[in-house]
Design a protein around this ligand. Structure first.
Ligand SMILES: Cc1cc2nc3c(=O)[nH]c(=O)nc-3n(C[C@H](O)[C@H](O)[C@H](O)COP(=O)(O)OP(=O)(O)OC[C@H]3O[C@@H](n4cnc5c(N)ncnc54)[C@H](O)[C@@H]3O)c2cc1C
Length: 333
């Protein structure tokens, strides 16, 4: 079960999304534990007490580490203006350079000083030995893979699937359209193209165990890829029985028109363009824009499901009141 569009781990705090997805397949328990290589040494992520102690060659307790990092934090930065200032004001220069600077630069193709401070909202450190990458209470992997989940969803008699059919080539009239393709594409890119990052995957086939973990991040700027994912470790219940293994190096770059759009950039220019597309969408009757592409936001799978279910709740109410359905059920701005 190779994740063709990048590794996907289902994790959520939303009981409804968790119950919903489990109707369509069995989820095996899975905890994402990410490793990181920085300046020739191996660490665990998110940056936790083990990372801190290994990095500084110490044996600090949680309390000691908190005080130590508070000393490192740059208190002269009162109102951080960008990602770098935000990180320096929270964790100081050493951890920032080792774990955030190079990785962020590779991921976004920009200097962290050009990225908004808002990307780092919470302190990206843990003062205990918890190395579970996600904070959510529910986390799992579909036993038969995501394709089986989607196949099961599509078994509904209310769904007709047409493969290899572009939305814009359909000639029928619909009472209402729920459009989950790119919002700029819906309007023929007439205001320009919203920027995305895309990923190139370089496949590595080998025997046995390639790296011993599902995900290893490469934090240094001089390593051109951001991480390597070894896909059999996403299925720990069967990994040991597999003699061969498939891994992928991940390279991030700006998306060209022909590429699969992965991460919306959402910097000042894109936000302005998005606002203009939102105005066009609001003026378009009979269409609602949903999903990560329809609203130009990074959404995890559980959030995509939660939002779709919320939209369904509102649809019933709006139809009962004989009201036109809105262009957006969730404000994408
Ligand atoms: C690298 C990467 C890793 C991720 N990892 C995780 C993770 O670990 N956990 C997690 O919860 N989420 C993860 N996500 C997010 C997850 O992929 C999204 O939540 C999910 O794909 C959103 O579903 P969607 O239906 O909105 O969009 P999509 O899944 O992109 O579906 C939109 C569909 O519309 C089709 N389409 C577009 N335009 C047209 C058109 N004009 N005509 C016809 N069809 C069209 C597209 O081909 C696509 O199939 C990750 C995303 C990326 C990029």
């Amino acid at each position: 079960m190779v994740h063709r569009y990048g590794p996907h781990i289902f994790h959520t705090a939303d009981q409804r999304a968790w119950d919903y997805i489990q109707q369509f397949g069995t989820f095996q328990p899975y905890i994402n534990r990410v490793k990181a290589i920085s300046q020739g040494r191996m660490y665990t992520l998110p940056v936790n007490l083990l990372t801190i102690n290994q990095f500084f060659n110490t044996t600090m307790s949680p309390k000691e580490a908190r005080a130590f990092i508070a000393e490192k934090a740059d208190t002269s930065i009162k109102e951080p203006k960008n990602f770098e200032e935000q990180a320096l004001s929270m964790i100081g220069p050493e951890l920032y350079k080792a774990f955030f600077y190079g990785y962020t630069r590779k991921q976004w193709g920009l200097e962290p000083t050009e990225l908004p401070a808002s990307i780092l909202k919470r302190l990206p450190l843990r003062f205990n030995y918890d190395d579970n990458y996600f904070n959510h209470p529910y986390q799992g992997m579909p036993e038969e893979g995501y394709s089986a989940i989607v196949e099961n969803i599509l078994k509904s008699e209310n769904i007709e699937v047409r493969l290899n059919t572009k939305f814009e080539d359909l000639s029928e009239e619909f009472q209402h359209v729920f459009y989950t393709g790119p919002i700029d594409r819906y309007f023929d890119f007439r205001l320009g193209r919203l920027g995305y990052r895309t990923l190139d995957f370089e496949r590595i086939d080998s025997d046995g165990d390639y790296q011993g973990a599902a995900v290893i991040n490469y934090c240094d700027q001089d390593v051109p890829f951001t991480r390597i994912s070894e896909h059999k470790h996403f299925a720990p219940w069967e990994a040991d029985s597999l003699k061969k293994t498939v891994s992928f190096r991940e390279y991030s770059r700006l998306a060209e028109p022909k590429d699969v759009p992965y991460y919306p950039i959402r910097l000042a220019n894109e936000k302005t363009m998005l606002d203009n597309y939102i105005s066009l969408a609001r003026a378009t009757k009979g269409v609602s824009f949903l999903g990560r592409l329809g609203t130009y936001r990074y959404l995890d799978m559980d959030v995509t499901i939660s939002e779709a279910l919320k939209a369904c709740d509102q649809i019933d109410e709006l139809l009962a009141a004989d009201t036109q359905l809105p262009a957006f059920f969730i404000d994408p701005s």
